[in-house]
Design a protein around this ligand. Sequence first.
Ligand code: AMP
Length: 245
Amino acid sequence: MHKEAFEQTLVLIKPDALKNSLTGYVLSQLSEFHTNLRFAGTKIVHVSRMLAEEHYAEHRSKVFYPSLIDFIMGFAHYPDEPWKRRVIAFVYQGPEAVKKIRDICGPTNPHIAREQRPGCIRALGTIVPLKDASGKVIGERMDNLIHASATNSDAEREIKLWFNPVDIPPSMRSYPTEINNDHFYFKDGKLSLTHAPDSICLLAPGDVVWKSDLEALRLLYKGQPSPCSLETVAAKYLVNYSQED
Ligand code: AMP
């Protein structure tokens, strides 16, 4: 198969789409019939704070960041029903996957989407004003139903953030993997090769991992600069681990 046929992108069906029962609609818009793209992976994710913050790291300094985190974690749409807080994550694969899906999503801002691209998915979204303590509007939260990677490098970062290699069939993996030989444990934001009470085993010998994750873990363990943080690697191993943030 040609390299272009392996292009991948991450899609998230966000809590506003789930709450409004739009999952079927969104998936039908993205169907292979319309896009010539296929599912390579899917999972239902209770989004932890760690995963949300890693996913939206580039927006950390923005005024809308706290509301964006609350939104993707499901607090905004399910304040009193924690068991409903989830997103559905997909890897789509095929020629021009990134561009095709972004086109069907439409502009980020649902008002602009309705104006410029009536019929696109985000035209069904809404905007919620964000107010400070005095009631003054300081920004907005865009409830835009769907996330789709913006570029191929964003797609790689995001797919590796949300998915383990084993979530994706071997013949559909687009990024290099390696077999791990060590135990890696996580506790209180720290990495260890030995188990301690309450530590979580991220990886055990024999696990198939993203090669770049393993390289990062080895550097982090030695205290050397790494291309990504420990949280970036750890977040996906903690997906659905507990009900906590
Ligand atoms: P992006 O990284 O551009 O895909 O944006 C990620 C998400 O952040 C969007 O889907 C929106 O929910 C939110 N967002 C982006 N820009 C803004 C903005 N100017 N105001 C409020 N929310 C935004």
